[in-house]
Design a protein around this ligand. Structure first.
Ligand code: ADP
Length: 259
């Protein structure tokens, strides 16, 4: 009868809603746990550079290292390195915030995307602790874009950092920039460890790290790509990944010229 059919529909709708709620709660719980782990890790990591710099400064003050030029320079160099590390980590904490909430307020200006990429590749090479070769190709006449320069710079740097981090001792990166009618297409390929098919969607999730291989020798918090995706989407752009294990990965970003 109709009554029976109606009851069955009602009950299945209720069960469906209940299951959906349960899955949302589970997801939230998992995120909360990951967030907690992140804060714990980060607090731990933040303490080390602070105490190192503290010790260096104390030594300079207490043991009269001012008179010992060589020693003083050593302490200053260590302090500088640790402060750089600290500043990197602070940048990361800010990235969680961007990735987790509804993003940032973009501050757009006009700039040359091609030049920004060159700046990023120079920096990546300077800070890399391995041999990095970057080959760049581009075609187009005008790489002027209206976008948030600081965040786009972080996007490119994050992708380059990953390309270097998740590769062997000899890193070969290919960068290609193409101009389309209303957008630019930037592709960054590496010869790294690659990302297994099953995880390719997941890598853009906050706190996600591929759980296989020797990845845990590589430091990271699983923030970078969530941040990258958020910023690209806020510019009405898209990001795609293609990757093959032990061969390498390619990230392709399409950004409108006037987002
Ligand atoms: P993090 O590098 O800090 O772990 P990301 O969000 O940048 O965080 O990346 C998420 C995960 O995706 C990484 O932990 C790694 O497993 C994988 N990954 C990202 N980029 C690459 C790459 N170029 N090659 C191989 N794996 C990568």
């Amino acid at each position: 009868s109709w009554q029976l059919i109606f009851s069955i529909i009602l009950v299945s709708a209720l069960i469906g809603t209940f299951l959906a709620l349960l899955s949302t709660v589970r997801k939230q719980n998992r995120l909360a746990k990951m967030r907690k782990a992140f804060v714990n890790n980060m607090t731990h990591e933040l303490k080390t550079p602070v105490s190192t710099v503290m010790a260096a400064v104390e030594s300079i003050q207490r043991f009269g290292a001012q008179d010992d030029k060589e020693r003083m320079n050593r302490y200053l160099a260590v302090s500088r390195q640790e402060l750089e590390h600290l500043s990197n980590m602070i940048e990361r904490v800010l990235q969680v915030d961007v990735a987790e909430t509804n993003g940032v307020q973009l501050e757009k200006s006009r700039f040359n995307l091609n030049q920004l990429i060159d700046e990023c590749t120079e920096n990546a090479k300077i800070f890399a602790k391995k041999k990095v070769e970057i080959a760049k190709s581009s075609s187009g006449t005008d790489f002027n874009i209206l976008a948030d320069q600081a965040h786009i710079k972080n996007v490119i740097s994050n992708l380059l950092d990953n390309a270097i981090k998740y590769a062997g001792d000899e890193v070969h990166i290919k960068i290609d920039l193409q101009e389309k009618d209303k957008s630019f297409i930037l592709s960054i390929s590496d010869n790294g460890i690659g990302i297994p098919k099953t995880y390719q969607k997941g890598v853009f999730d906050l706190f996600f790290r591929v759980p296989s291989g020797d990845i845990h020798n590589v430091k990271g918090f699983g923030l970078g790509l969530a941040y990258v995706k958020q910023i690209v989407q806020q510019h009405q752009g898209t990001i795609d990944l293609s990757s093959e294990e032990s061969v390498g990965s390619t990230f392709v970003i399409e950004l409108p010229k006037e987002a």
